[in-house]
Design a protein around this ligand. Sequence first.
Ligand SMILES: *Cc1c(COP(=O)(O)O)cnc(C)c1O
Length: 487
Amino acid sequence: MTENSPDHEDDRLGYTQARWTDSEERYEPLLAEKDTTEVEIGGDSPLPDDLTRDSVELPSLSEPELARHYTRLSQMSYGVESGPFPLGSCTMKYNPKFTEDVAALPAAGVHPDRSDETVQGTLELMYRLQDYLGRIGGMDAVTLQPPAGAAGEYAGILVAKAYHEANGNDRSEVIVPDSAHGTNFATAALAGYDVLELPSAEDGRVDLDALEAAVSDDTAALMLTNPNTLGCFERDIEEIASVVHDAGGLLYYDGANLNALLGRARPGDMGFDIMHYNVHKTFATPHGGGGPGAGPVGVAERLAPFLPSPRVRRTDDGAFELFEPEQTVGKVHGFQGNWLVLVKTYAYIARLGDPGLADASAKAVLNANYLAAQIDYEVPFGPFHHEFVASAGEQDAADVAKRMLDYGVHPPTTKWPEIVDEALMTEPTEIENKRTLDQLAAAFDAVAAEDEEALDAAPQQTAARRIDQVAAARTPRLSWQALDEES
Ligand SMILES: *Cc1c(COP(=O)(O)O)cnc(C)c1O
């Protein structure tokens, strides 16, 4: 053990990322910092002179150097294939390799402009996936177009808007609970709605009285996730649906927490009219790093004419074809959406089948409840399902997260939802076994017992120390040239 490795009793703790030693700055040099060559650019360009150049500096490296560079980078980061990744709300499932095999089949590599007659198998897969997702969510019609959950939300709220307008209803507000994901607020605002924030009741659920007071002729929709972001089921969901529907509004389901319900309960049966599916959460397609993902949207029958185009249907003679719903809100992504992500989604659902999906949700809920029962941090709200939100109490949740990295595990989501002080939103998912859950619990408890000094100094063991997250978000420098010009 090195002097600054955590003092752990359990030697399963303490897996560390690779890093450069003997260097204050632990980063792997950029390719362009290693060696470059000036390369002439020949020929005439149709672009204006001030947009062209005669030569360019390119990295000049051997294949082994290049392979080592990328291998080192992979060893300096943390992913779901490094260890547990209980990032609450994100449902960081391991992505099984067989789905990659299916997406890598030569037949999956179709050009999106090919005519329907020549890609019948592709269209059939999309048709079946629309059908699977519709049955899983209790929705009558599905589009596979949107490229992410947030994009699905936006498409879904555009559908709600088009529906109200077609009915001669000019509605100006979307209601969003205070515990909702930031994308719900952003979606409603981007679609041109005023956002009404609904305060939660004391038990962390929707406050029916507050909802009654909030709805009006102006209510276009209520956006809700169930179980909510605390992992708690909205038991009054049928009543919530009546309140919204009686006011003429629509009920939107944020599908991020569908993992808790999979194969057991369906948003459509609870009264939801529109939902998105985060396939990279619920159905184990790759997740993070900015995509590509997919966020299909399902709706009740009366909203189907407004869905983004194209969708896939089956003609009377059994062929499959793309079509444009009559009152479509238009296209929300190029071609047919993120096709290869959809192939992986289909493969995952088909492999698990109904019993496998129901088993996944059972284990996800069991794992969250087992882990919560093992840790020293308090969990103020319950009963919870696939995730729980613990409180770091007197500790700063962001410091707890940094320190957990030193114990070789990924931390939970922090400081959200805000109704829990110093929130540690934790979702182990069904993929972890008891041994890994115990490892996670040991990491939580080791950090819970530490003082401020240890927390402040963390992380010690990672490839990068504490980075300036605000600067990284506000003044991103996305090319080595920008870095170069500043230094
Ligand atoms: C992840 C998430 C979203 C957004 O989904 P993306 O696929 O990341 O765009 C929306 N709501 C909740 C509750 C989420 O956890």
